[in-house]
Ligand binder design. Structure first.
Ligand SMILES: Cc1ncc(COP(=O)(O)O)c(C=O)c1O
Length: 404
């Protein structure tokens, strides 16, 4: 008789987005005349830029010709893309990362979920609270997190690092020593960023205690401040303690196209064993490579036209972010984020819980956001709005909130 992986049964239901969906559907059914504006889910709305479309068309034509047709992609990625990334994302920023340390994938969600496979089950993980849920849930599936306390919404074997107003939504070094530290900056959901000197403290700490940092930089393209690093490899010593995850989803609107990569420096070792070779083995065994046409599209992101067009696209979203930030501030809300990230994190007013505020905004302003409690206990009383809507909808949503 077969048996299942019991760890899956420990996962609490994916309450957050299904609950939001249910509440919004019920409201819509009861009020068909109301126009609801959705600033909740973190998906992009602007189309792929012309440089990317043209690269896709070109690559599709190649696939239709015997002379240029490509079958399986190299499982670690085509050299043309790995070299382009190494030059533009790393060498240009003074980071010592070689093309052969870059593993192309279909996105950061898979990579952030899969990377834990190369570590022992008795490693202890540390995560920010609130946090992008994939890091914890995939460790639950693997059986690394202990037991769940539904009251406190925490796992017994996970070190939680609260990110609050007091620490500017960047975690303090943990009291207990973790083996694997997940950091995400610029951050989803809080929209906070980390300065290079703060991140250097984390790198020094990880090297001192022998921990590995899994650094999710999916929102790197939104950084505007000079002292905020685009890569953890801008910090001294990161080559011996850090893995970096990147995504084309928010950088170039590839949420439906699918492309990302993971960087593992060759010096990153557990004893004599290189994590680079473990991940290469894992990738080679379980992954057959991102599609050729998508990797050509990814290359176009770094062309002069691609860069210029994407700069405008990101400026478009960040104009929304500034409008939300400013408008809510004027309305008296306590607001953060929105400067180096497309997320605005606000405190629910008048002592409301994050779900109470969700209901209030839905009913009174017909605006949908995301309750902070869905990202962890420290998110209770907070609320996330995204800058990924259209400018017109964003302005209308903020104006409605201001008029309450
Ligand atoms: C922090 C973070 N990492 C990774 C991802 C997923 O990226 P991808 O679309 O490349 O899978 C997201 C998407 O919302 C995210 O917020």
């Amino acid at each position: 008789m077969f048996k299942i992986n019991d760890n899956y049964l420990k996962l609490p239901g994916s309450y957050l987005f299904s609950m939001i969906g249910k509440k919004v559907n019920a409201y819509e059914a009861a009020h068909p005349d109301k126009r609801i504006i959705r600033l909740g889910i973190g998906d992009v709305t602007q189309p792929l830029v012309p440089a990317v479309i043209s690269a896709l068309h070109g690559a599709v034509d190649e696939m239709g010709d015997t002379a240029t047709f490509r079958g399986y992609a190299p499982d670690l990625g085509y050299d043309f893309l790995r070299n382009t990334i190494a030059d533009n994302d790393y060498k240009a920023r003074g980071c010592d990362i070689g093309a052969d340390e870059i593993f192309i994938s279909d996105g950061a969600k898979c990579d952030s979920g899969n990377i834990q496979e190369i570590f022992s089950l008795d490693n202890r993980i540390a995560v920010c609270d609130p946090v992008y849920p994939v890091y914890v849930d995939t460790n639950v599936m693997a059986g690394r997190t202990g037991t769940y306390d539904p009251q406190r919404e925490i796992w017994s074997n996970v070190i939680y690092m609260p990110c609050t107003e007091e620490n500017n939504f960047t975690p303090d070094l943990p009291g207990e020593t973790p083996d694997i530290i997940y950091l995400c900056f610029p951050n989803n959901p809080t929209g906070s960023a980390i300065t290079k000197s703060r991140l250097q403290e984390w790198v020094d700490y990880a090297n001192k205690v022998g921990a590995v940092i899994i650094y999710d930089a999916a929102y790197e393209a939104y950084i505007s401040r000079e002292d905020v690093p685009h890569s953890i490899y801008e910090c001294q010593g990161a080559r011996t303690c850090a893995i970096e995850l990147r995504s084309f989803s928010k950088k170039a609107g590839f949420t439906g196209v699918r492309l990302g990569f993971t960087v593992i420096p060759r010096e990153l070792k557990a004893g004599e064993v290189s994590l680079h070779s473990l991940w290469a083995r894992r990738h080679g065994t379980k992954y057959n490579g991102a599609p050729y046409i998508v990797q050509r599209a990814g290359e176009a992101v770094y062309s002069p036209e691609g860069k210029a067009q994407l700069e405008q696209q990101i400026a478009y979203y960040m104009r929304n972010a500034a409008y939300i930030y400013q408008g809510l501030k004027e309305a008296g809300y306590t607001v953060s984020g929105g400067v180096d990230a497309p997320y605005i994190w606000l405190k629910a007013p008048n002592g409301m819980s994050s779900w109470e505020f969700f209901d209030y905004l839905l009913e009174k302003a017909n605006v949908v956001g995301t309750p902070g409690s869905g990202f962890g206990p420290s998110g209770e009383t907070y609320f996330r709005l995204t800058a990924f809507g259209s400018y017109e909808n964003t302005v209308e949503a903020v104006d409605r909130i201001k008029a309450l």
